[in-house]
Write a protein that binds this ligand. Structure first.
Ligand code: ADP
Ligand code: F6P
Length: 324
């Protein structure tokens, strides 16, 4: 990769909720940066570590044996103060002190906001999308999403075994913050009977109707998938039992969905996006983010990315119900 920008030192951080495949992205950034003749610094604990000056020089070996590891070797944090201009200016001073020219930020849309602010203050930043929620519209898939769905599917398959033995209804809550993508993908893959997300809305009458329909079919198990933050999942299971007489249990999958070995797709996606991010910095670009559409790597201004809308799981809830 040709260095058209004259930059010599770049840094990388991971921020927001961790996601499987973040390490593969760090590895790609470190190795492609070194390959292009750059010095690459890792920053521990996201924007929090940045303002505390937690920079350390990385070499090829700093990222060896990491492509298959979940979590993030750099650590992550949520740092509310970073929304303040004075705190962002303090971060810019840290870059000046160390002579670091540019930054790759790996995280979700909150992390993108921070990257945009830093770019406006003179430090070129490129965002790499990594969040299990898949709630970034400037990419079809974010790093970590495929692994999280696989983890959810694996857990739901196990719940189904016991549900089936006891003739029960399982109500399973998945993560996603306010995005239904994990729920949509997991529901179709596990043969769920109904999926509830913020977009679909919560409709108790409809849920009871579905459960009663399944009862009429003399089904041994019924499966409902619900995204977090919509309702109290234990209460939902109780209501199903009260209104239908079908014994029900609730399971909240929680943080297990964020852990574990990244699947091949997330490793490959992270390797491609991380490399592209470095290429953007070498071209002198900043305030941009990388993403994938139809297997092609694309670059968007962060400002535009944050306004984009997507619905790649359009039709999934209807198909889930139809096949139930
Ligand atoms: P994610 O990046 O996964 O969406 P968060 O929304 O928690 O996760 O954001 C991660 C971090 O990004 C926050 O803790 C904060 O440090 C930074 N951030 C979020 N919003 C802004 C903002 N408006 N301006 C500057 N930094 C922000
Ligand atoms: O953004 C990833 C995510 O796991 C969301 O799905 C979830 O709502 C949130 O982070 C949980 O955050 P925390 O780790 O702070 O509990």
């Amino acid at each position: 990769m040709e260095n058209k920008s004259g930059i010599k030192r770049i840094a990388v951080l991971t921020s927001g909720g961790d996601a499987p495949g973040m390490n593969a992205a760090i590895r790609a950034i470190v190795r492609s940066g070194i390959d292009a003749g750059l010095e690459v610094y890792g920053i521990d604990d996201g924007y929090k570590g940045l303002i505390e000056g937690k920079f350390h020089l990385m070499d090829r070996m700093s990222v060896s044996e990491t492509i298959n590891r979940g979590g993030t070797i750099l650590g992550s944090a949520r740092c509310k103060e970073f929304k303040n201009l004075e705190v962002q200016q303090k971060a810019v001073e840290k870059f000046r002190e160390l002579g670091v020219d540019a930054l790759v930020t790996i995280g979700g849309d909150g992390t993108y906001q921070g990257a945009l602010k830093l770019t406006r203050l003179g430090v070129n930043c490129i965002g790499v999308p990594a969040t299990i929620d898949n709630d970034i519209a400037s990419t079809e898939y974010s790093i970590g999403f495929h692994t999280a769905v696989n983890t959810a599917v694996d857990a739901i398959d196990k719940i189904r075994d016991t549900s089936n033995s006891h003739r029960r209804c399982s109500v399973v809550e998945v993560m996603g913050r306010y995005c239904g993508d994990i729920a949509y993908a997991a529901a179709l893959a596990t043969g769920a009977d109904y999926v509830i997300t913020a977009d679909i809305g919560f409709n108790m009458e409809q849920i009871i109707k579905i459960v009663k329909k399944c009862q009429k079919q003399n089904r041994r198990h019924i499966l409902i998938i619900v995204t977090e933050h919509i309702t109290d999942t234990s209460d939902l299971a109780r209501q199903v039992e009260i209104h239908t007489g079908y014994e029900s249990r609730a399971t909240v999958l929680g943080h297990m969905q964020r852990g574990g070995t990244p699947v091949w797709y997330d490793r490959n996606l992270a390797s491609r996006l991380g490399t592209k991010a470095v290429e953007c910095l070498l071209n002198g670009e900043g305030g941009k983010c990388v993403g994938i559409f139809n297997n092609e790597i694309k670059v968007f201004p962060i400002e535009e990315a944050l306004k984009m809308k997507k619905n790649i799981f359009e039709g999934y809830p209807e198909l889930t119900e139809k096949l139930s």
